[in-house]
Design a protein around this ligand. Structure first.
Ligand SMILES: [Zn+2]
Length: 417
């Protein structure tokens, strides 16, 4: 069992905000395969297609038969902790600030031995463990040894909190609380133990269903925020920018048109104003403060979430301009990710399929419920995942896109979905 994390003390405003030091992050191109899988929450190792050997660390050729036919394959992670050590000293600045730090050597049932960071709930060696891959503050995959059986408060482990962006005890900004998705995210954050949730709402004179119920809850604070208005975004950043630990951008404008179905560019411009320029304004206003507080104690600033769309990967012609705005947002979020990485702040991209809301009324089921999308977002933060494709439709699109993007494009052009 793990010790639950106590509520962190309030910050002394006189103290200097510490600078972030990142763990060592140099990896070769081959080793990035481990990171790519970990970014989606999987632990994969190279397996040889000729002799079947599973190997670690990643290499260009099979260690046993020298074949180059290697394939990344998901691992169960089951293994035996053979030996462990606790670091009390380190010359590395990142680890020096986080000592003591527990490391172990695990013999995986699939064959290879791996070095892991050890969860505090793992007993003394020798013992059975389950190895998982996570992304560290530098954005690189690391392996973690977990106890074989999950127990309460495991997510409060100090080392694991470094590898994840758990909203527990953190202050979160949800950019649009008027939509069913925004409201579901606020409820999910409360359930996950967020300290405070600021809920943005544009056009405060317009009543939105569900908003009054939200504001009646403790630790929820309604704030005016209109992503299409630079002044509104800057004003809010001036008020709360220095306190936000996690930004979740749920704001979007969604209309179902292709090119021929409508004259003019007004609707497409309005979509870009929120879905693309809105993200840009938000990132310019809140990005610097988030980066500046990424080493600020146990509840440091840690994550930025963009709710994109699976249509960001391939244009869905029936919602053509919406797809294009989300593709633009995806490209921008990759820039944001590159700029946030040196500060150790994670950018999480979420790619839902059609959500069960008023803009997808004419779309046949299955559709993703706002509650399911919200819990996928919170789980991604808790697990430290970078790219999330929640629901069956998103998973299916992703598989088809990975298999052959050109084939998917033709299927969609022919009226498929
Ligand atoms: Zn081989």
């Amino acid at each position: 069992m793990s010790i639950p994390m106590p509520r962190p003390a309030r910050k002394n405003p006189i103290l200097r905000t510490p600078q972030i030091n990142l763990p060592p992050s140099a990896r070769g191109r081959v080793a990035l395969g481990l990171t790519a899988a970990a970014a989606e929450g999987r632990f994969e190792l190279q397996a040889c297609e000729d002799c079947g050997a599973v190997q670690y660390p990643p290499r260009e050729a099979c260690l046993r038969c020298v074949s180059a036919r290697l394939r990344w394959r998901q691992q169960t992670g089951s293994g035996q902790l053979l030996a462990e050590t606790t670091l009390d000293h380190s010359n590395d600045l990142y680890f020096r600030e986080r000592l003591p730090w527990r490391l172990g050597m695990v013999q995986l049932d699939e064959g290879p031995s791996v070095m892991v960071h050890l969860h505090s709930a793992v007993g003394a060696a020798p013992t059975r463990v389950r190895v998982g891959a996570r992304i560290d503050r530098a954005g690189q995959a690391v392996l973690i040894g977990f106890p074989e059986k999950a127990s309460e408060h495991m997510e409060d482990d100090k080392m694991l909190r470094e590898m994840t962006s758990n909203p527990r005890f953190r202050k979160v900004l949800v950019t649009d609380g008027k939509t069913p998705v925004g409201q579901a995210v606020v409820h999910a954050l409360r359930k996950a133990g967020a300290d405070l949730v600021w809920v943005g709402h544009a056009e405060p004179w317009k009543k939105a269903p569900g908003l009054a119920e939200l504001t009646a809850l403790p630790s929820i604070s309604l704030v005016p925020l209109d992503l299409s208005d630079e002044r509104s975004v800057m004003e809010l950043a001036g008020q709360i920018g220095g306190k936000v630990d996690i930004v979740i951008n749920t704001a979007e404008l969604h209309r179902g048109f292709g090119i021929a179905a409508r004259r003019g560019t007004d609707v497409a411009k309005a979509e870009m104003e929120i879905n693309y320029f809105g993200l840009l304004r938000l990132a310019q206003a809140f990005g610097p403060a988030l980066r500046g507080r990424s080493a600020d104690g146990a509840t440091h600033a840690c994550a930025w979430v963009n709710v994109l769309s699976i249509y960001a990967l391939a244009n869905y012609p029936a919602q053509g301009t919406f797809s294009a705005s989300k593709a633009a947002a995806l490209s921008l979020s990759q820039c944001l990710r590159a700029e946030m990485r040196p500060a150790g702040v994670r950018v999480v991209n979420v790619f839902p399929g059609p959500v069960d809301d008023e803009w997808n009324q004419n779309m046949p089921p299955p559709k993703l419920s706002p509650a399911a999308l919200a819990s996928a977002i919170v789980k991604a933060l808790q697990d430290g995942v970078e790219d999330v494709y929640p629901g069956d439709i998103a998973q299916e699109w992703l598989a088809r896109w990975r298999d052959n993007p050109k084939v998917l494009e033709r299927e969609l052009a022919a009226g498929g979905s």
